[in-house]
Design a protein. Structure first.
Length: 94
């Protein structure tokens, strides 16, 4: 069972992550008000990817996980990347 000091450290880390995620969400939503032309979609997708990485590393504790778990998480991310790439390739060629 974690001590009070460890609980305080974990709570502070999670609150910090929450604030960072809310700020990134605000940046993502504020980009809808700025005319970015062709850079809008890549910027929003990169912000979403950054948010997903933060959630994976902090909430899923991938920074302290075993090597096997890290490999599995990276393979899942690669698979999702392929799904998006092939979907966009199909959409753009029609």
């Amino acid at each position: 069972m974690p001590t009070e000091r460890e609980e305080s450290r974990i709570r502070r880390r999670l609150i910090t992550l929450y604030v960072v995620l809310v700020v990134l969400l605000g940046v993502n939503m504020s980009t809808t008000l700025i005319p970015l032309n062709g850079m809008a979609i890549p910027l929003r997708l990169s912000l979403a990817a950054l948010m997903a990485v933060l959630v994976a590393v902090i909430f899923m504790r991938l920074s302290t996980a075993t090597t096997l778990l890290r490999v599995i998480a990276s393979m899942i991310s690669l698979w999702i990347l392929f799904l998006f790439l092939f979907t966009f390739a199909d959409y753009l060629t029609r």
